[in-house]
Ligand binder design. Structure first.
Ligand code: ATP
Ligand code: MG
Length: 641
């Protein structure tokens, strides 16, 4: 099939240019990549800026595109493989088996009164039932909201109250590092706290928590229900392209999570566009996504994008270092994965381990490694690229957009990359830089620096609004103006743009460090510290300083085997680290304090919680910590200051 994104040897720049010159022509051609039940009336309805509707009037279905559509050619080919190194269980479902499972699940939902537009909250570990439940929801037009399994009760309660699910699908427990995490007590507590408790909970017993109780009249054994509906066929509910397919809450790195809404048609088209250009994989080929389905990457490239392309989606439950640090490379080898999607955080964890694990397995099937979620520092990027001998493709996006804003495009004839940058803008993203309260856009050596913003309308696949909160959508994202006074969407990320169009992310606008009038992104100083061979990971924040305005406060995790012994060695290491910053950025950026920790405070999605570090360093209360992975690292910061 020829679409505007097909490789024509001209590279992706031309594709991007066309997408902005004539969006309607561009996206209507791309829309041929998916199956429509009936055609749209309009490609883009932008009559009420900044709200945009893509393909209104057209009807389609995500489950049909991800599953039913492949039955003709790929029925007996694996669609989904879930591997757990926690329970040592691997589940392989062919497209036919996935179809059967999804239909049975959809029948169960129907039997419990779930209909089009109802919300279903999914609180499951990264096991096959997760994608099955997601696909069953969209099959019948229900709106799923996956909440990361094991999230604390108050966080879960807030999400229940925000999306008010008719029903919750959960399990007895998840596992992490060999430890059982019982979900049921968390779920019961969340439902007790919620103002809008669901009437029904479907519970899957994995046999991990024999103590799991069933609340009479509310809790139902999911296995019994699935057996009852085994063999059922539930017809596809064709929905309008603008019908919400799911709600997903952001990671909560900077504050309270926002309920991101995803549409159906635009999102399917955007994902299929990326499957040709950024993640060029063919039907039948395996794609290994290490993200949990509770995160955006898991939705887009653990379930929908990969399956719509007819690829085999491989999901994983467990740690990257258990049973040992070679487990992911073993998965690549055993399943001959052609693409792998992970995060810089996970790769930094692996970089702290014995590099011999990378040599142990045959990873030659791999064509590309994709990393997203946090800035990818150059040392980590170079390390993994040389170890795997495949291009590492950094891609930058937000839960809000659902797919990359910046990326490399190996599927478009020419892969252009710049070390340290996630690349060039993706189709439909009209990027610009704006000033903010920290200062105006600046220009130095051909590089412009400012807050990364997008001129609306946002392209297909991006969130049309926040769940039942148009006001917060406008107030949060669209209050900024560009140099011409035109409304823009702000990403809240600070970035540089060079003359060739490459964008580099410097950190969150919340985290900009202002030392004696010089503005620095956290990324710039962290990158300098990471260049020191002893550093495994680091986090930098700016703390209030009477004289300089702000002082640089650094937390550093040292690689195993590089720990300084004794005070003299420690002082020497601190000196070495400061020198690294001096030579790369100048003395202005030199950290005033460097603390050695054994772990950095991170959110459950693996992002560094700098606002927590900064609060403690300034002697303030760290505030909402509901998204924190575990309190240990923050306690270390507390002890250090
Ligand atoms: P919240 O918005 O609730 O505070 P969050 O921003 O962490 O949470 P996500 O949507 O999961 O929630 O993360 C998007 C953010 O992650 C981006 O705005 C950016 O700061 C960061 N990010 C993602 N990918 C990259 C990347 N490739 N390079 C640099 N930063 C990235
Ligand atoms: Mg965000």
């Amino acid at each position: 099939m020829t679409t505007p994104s097909s490789p024509g040897g001209e590279g992706y720049r031309a594709v991007h240019r066309r997408s902005l010159e004539d969006p309607a022509a561009f996206w209507s051609a791309e829309a041929r990549l998916i199956h429509w039940n009936s055609p749209w009336e309009q490609v883009c309805d932008y009559s009420n800026p900044p709200f945009v509707k893509w393909f209104p009037g057209g009807t389609t279905n995500l489950c049909f595109n991800a599953v039913d559509r492949h039955l003709a050619a790929w029925a007996d080919h694996p669609a989904l493989i879930t591997i757990s190194t926690e329970t040592n269980e691997t589940v392989t479902l062919t497209f036919r088996e996935l179809y059967q499972r999804v239909n049975a699940m959809a029948a169960v939902l129907r039997a419990h009164g779930v209909t089009k537009g109802d919300r279903v909250l999914i609180y499951l570990p990264n096991i096959a039932e997760g994608p099955v439940a997601m696909l069953a929801c969209v099959r019948i037009g229900a709106i799923h909201s996956v909440v990361f399994g094991g999230f604390a009760a108050p966080s879960l309660a807030t999400r229940i109250d925000d999306c008010q699910p008719k029903l919750i699908i959960s399990a007895d427990a998840g596992m992490r590092g060999g430890k059982i995490i019982s979900y049921k007590p968390l779920l019961d507590e969340a439902i007790r706290l919620a103002k809008f408790p669901p009437k029904c909970v479907l519970l899957l017993s994995r046999g991990l928590d024999p103590a799991m109780n069933y609340v009479r009249g509310r809790d139902i054994d999911l296995r019994v229900e699935l057996a009852r509906h085994d063999g059922a066929e539930v017809p596809i509910e064709w929905v309008d392209a603008t019908h919400p397919s799911y709600i997903l809450y952001t990671s909560g790195t900077t504050g309270t999570p926002k309920g991101i809404v995803r549409d159906t048609g635009g999102s399917a088209v955007a994902l299929m566009h990326t499957m040709q250009t950024i993640y060029p994989g063919k039907a039948g080929e395996p794609y290994f996504c290490t993200s949990d389905i509770g995160w955006q990457v898991g939705h887009s490239y653990g379930v929908y994008g990969t399956l719509m392309q007819g690829m085999t989606s491989i999901l994983y439950e467990g740690l990257p270092i258990r049973p040992d640090a070679g487990i992911w490379w073993k998965i690549v080898q055993d399943y001959r994965a052609v693409m792998m999607f992970s995060s810089p955080t996970a790769i930094r964890v692996l970089r702290r381990q014995d590099p011999a694990f990378l040599k142990k397995y045959d990873t030659s099937s791999l064509r590309y490694l994709y990393l997203a979620g946090e800035p990818l520092d150059v040392p980590t990027s170079e390390w993994i690229e040389s170890a795997l001998n495949v291009p590492v493709i950094d891609n930058y996006w937000q839960t809000e957009t659902g797919w990359p804003i910046l990326a490399g495009f190996p599927g478009s004839g020419k892969l252009e990359r710049k070390l340290g940058s996630p690349g060039l803008p993706c189709a439909g993203y009209d990027l610009t830089l704006i000033g903010d309260e920290s200062g105006p856009v600046t220009e130095e050596n051909g590089e412009r620096k400012g807050v990364l913003a997008i001129r609306p309308p946002l392209p297909p696949g991006c969130f049309p609004t926040l769940w039942q909160d148009d006001a917060r959508f406008l107030e949060t994202y669209f209050k900024e103006r560009d140099a011409n006074g035109k409304m823009v969407y702000t990403t809240f990320d600070w970035a540089t743009m060079d003359e060739a169009g490459f964008v580099t992310i410097l950190g969150r606008t919340d985290d900009i460090i202002n030392v004696a009038g010089h503005r620095l992104g956290t990324r710039e100083i962290e990158e300098a510290l990471s260049a020191h061979p002893a550093v495994a990971e680091c986090a930098v924040v700016g703390v209030k300083d009477e004289i300089k305005g702000q002082a640089v406060f650094a937390c550093v995790v040292i690689k195993a085997g590089e720990q300084p012994e004794g005070e003299a060695a420690k002082a020497a290491l601190i000196d070495g680290l400061k020198r690294e910053v001096d030579t790369r950025l100048g003395a202005i950026a030199r950290p005033n304090a460097i603390h050695f920790l054994t772990a950095l405070p991170k959110t459950r999605s693996g992002k560094i919680l700098r606002r927590g570090i900064r609060a403690l360093a300034e002697g303030r209360d760290p505030g909402d910590l509901s998204t924190l992975e575990d309190g240990g690292a923050l306690d270390q910061v507390r002890a250090a200051v």
